[in-house]
Design a protein around this ligand. Structure first.
Ligand code: GDP
Ligand code: MG
Length: 596
């Protein structure tokens, strides 16, 4: 295919501004998907994406479009997620593109991730085409949105395309703008092969599948290729594109995006960000990607200890598809063998756990999330601690440092008061308050990240009726008065329930947590005492009274089906229970701190 007729582009936007819906209309308009096969958010292929209505993984599809100039163009469209936890997916996708459609919801205007995504696109030198979406809504304000695009983002909105992705208005204009404004990819077909790996996953039939952008040269079945970072050589078995279903093709050439398989068995050998070259050639590698450091940590354990090996295999495979989480083996006195995992945020943590459970059929327990602290000891050593179970003895500690972020909150002005209160309550320090327009402003705070991890985002959304949005960057570590709180169940400390808290809030959190645990731990045949303690000092105590009767005693008289039903119900309820000593503790107990 002529290289000057290739267009590689992404759709970027704040969450819910209509990226996936616009992608649907483009698939339809170009005939890639017939209206009979069409379903909403076509490219959200994971069940989880469809249920939650959010995009988690970037997707690359190939389309052909006959433009007004009569020529046929090859489009490689990459749909991307919008949530802050998945920024790394966006940045990888953008590395494979020359342009981006920036979608802005005309009823919402510019929001935190709109701006964050624009910065990513600029870093990758992409041509940005502003698209104002949802113009069908009665609340849509096109002029105001244009003004925000110019004043907040600094892009000219004169030629912004007015679209209703829902009703299919303005789609042709979008496709023509892609042809006219986005440059064709550079690179040389005659040069030796260099391809950038920007995603990969494990397929039960093909082995490891690698999504690539060919920068120079070509790649075809039978070719011997080498992964630059490992030096391993493979023979390509299959080359293909998503159109939008997986389709085999003869080769991919410079400028094109597609997938390859090469009987790669070891999941770690196809690293995202690596460069693929010909087996013999000596060429310089492509720049690759910045490593994504996880910021939130939690333990993941199998409910049934026999599943440890299965969990290990599942984590290794999932990691290939999502290198933004990290893992290392962990043993807990309470929960047995498992993994300490690192994530980009709480949503990311939830998604990883859910994908492990669904895609690999596992039943898991996760512990309460923690950030990474730096602990300076009196002997001069400094430790990094992200697991409360590994907190050093308080007598040895000189100083504790905690991570801080610079949070930018975009909000309509009527919620300003409540949001300021929220930030102050979270020990935040106000740095800036700017009005973007007379109605909208951005509030900048420095806040301890551990406060944000707990429930900040949910509160932000509820205080602002969903209108405020958040973006943040890490700015470093600052001293904090932090202590470890232990939870004792019948006098036994449960390592997996301990947590790090701010001293000022320890009493409050301890009492609330003990009360919450009392709610979620089922009654047992014996009395259960729950205590929260700091060091040897007990700060809260709750008691769960013992069960008097066997549940079955209620169906005395022996209606067999009813008895069976009850037993099944009990079994059902047991699914996510982990036995600690003699007590069965449900998943909710481990995450109770998030609910305070
Ligand atoms: P994404 O998170 O950016 O991928 O957004 P989605 O494409 O999933 O859309 C979010 C919501 O906005 C969905 O409920 C869509 O039906 C709706 N939506 C998308 N485009 C339009 C539009 O042009 N008009 C209206 N009224 N709703 C839209
Ligand atoms: Mg989407």
């Amino acid at each position: 295919f002529p290289q000057e007729k290739i267009r590689n582009f992404s759709i970027i936007a704040h969450i819910d501004h209509g990226k996936s819906t616009l992608a649907d209309r483009i698939l339809e308009f170009t005939g890639a998907v017939s209206s009979r096969e069409m379903r909403d958010q076509y490219l959200d292929r994971l069940d989880l994406e469809r249920e939650r209505g959010i995009t988690i993984k970037a997707q690359a599809v190939r389309l052909y479009y006959q433009a007004e100039d009569g020529e046929v163009y090859q489009f490689n469209l990459i749909d991307t997620p919008g949530h802050v936890d998945f920024t790394y997916e966006v940045s990888r996708a953008l590395a494979a593109c020359e342009g981006a459609l920036l979608v802005v919801d005309a009823s919402q205007g510019v929001e935190a991730q709109t701006l964050a995504n624009v910065y990513l696109a600029l870093e990758n030198n992409l041509e940005i085409i502003p698209v104002i979406n949802k113009i069908d809504l009665p609340q849509a304000d096109v002029e105001k949105t244009k003004k925000e695009i110019e004043e907040v983002i600094g892009l000219s909105a004169e030629e912004a395309i007015l679209v209703s992705a829902k009703l299919g208005i303005g789609i042709k204009e979008v496709l023509e703008a892609i042809v006219k404004k986005i440059p064709s990819p550079g690179g040389f077909r005659e040069k030796p092969l260099r391809a950038l790996v920007f995603d990969s996953w494990y397929d039960p039939y093909l082995g490891v599948v690698v999504l690539i952008k060919v920068v120079d040269g070509k790649i075809y079945p039978g070719q011997k290729i080498r992964f630059y970072s490992t030096g391993k050589v493979y023979e390509v078995t299959k080359v293909g594109v998503f159109a939008p279903e997986a389709t085999s093709i003869d080769m991919l050439v410079a400028g094109e995006v597609g997938f390859i398989a090469a009987s790669i068995k070891e999941v770690r050998e196809a690293k995202i960000g690596d460069t693929i070259t010909e087996a013999q050639a000596q060429v310089a590698p492509l720049p690759g990607f910045k490593e994504q450091k996880p910021v939130v940590f939690a333990g993941i354990f199998p409910v049934d200890s026999d599943d440890f090996e299965d969990l290990k295999e599942a984590i290794e495979k999932l990691w290939l598809n999502d290198p933004a989480f990290s893992y290392e083996m962990e043993t807990s006195a309470a929960l047995g063998f498992g993994f300490r995992c690192g994530f980009q945020g709480l949503l990311h943590m939830e998604i990883v756990q859910e994908r492990l459970e669904r895609e690999y059929n596992l039943n898991l327990i996760s512990t309460s999330p923690s950030v990474k602290y730096k602990v300076r000891l009196k002997n001069g050593k400094e430790l990094e601690v992200e697991n409360p179970a590994k907190w050093p003895d308080p007598g040895l500690i000189e100083e504790v440092l905690e991570p801080y972020i610079r949070a930018e909150i975009y909000t309509p002005k009527e919620f300003l008061g409540q949001l300021i209160n929220l930030c102050e309550e979270k020990r935040g320090i106000q740095k800036e308050l700017k009005f973007l327009t007379p109605e909208r402003c951005v509030l900048v705070y420095e806040i301890s990240f551990s406060e944000v991890v707990l429930d900040f985002y949910d509160k932000l959304k509820s205080y602002s009726k969903g209108y405020a949005s958040l973006d943040y960057q890490f700015i470093g570590y600052k001293p904090g008065d932090l202590v470890k709180m232990d939870i004792l169940i019948n006098k036994q400390p449960v390592d997996a329930l301990s947590l790090i808290v701010h001293r000022d809030k320890a009493y409050y959190r301890g009492r609330e947590l003990a009360a919450k645990l009392k709610e979620v731990i089922p009654r047992q045949l014996f009395e259960v005492i729950i205590q929260a303690a700091i060091g040897s000092k007990i700060i809260a105590r709750e008691r769960i009274a013992p069960l008097r009767k066997d549940v079955l005693a209620k169906c005395y008289g022996g209606d067999v089906t009813r008895k069976k039903k009850l037993l099944e119900k009990q079994k059902e309820g047991k699914k996510r229970l982990k036995a600690i000593g003699q007590i069965e503790i449900p998943q909710e107990a481990f995450l109770a701190i998030l609910k305070i």
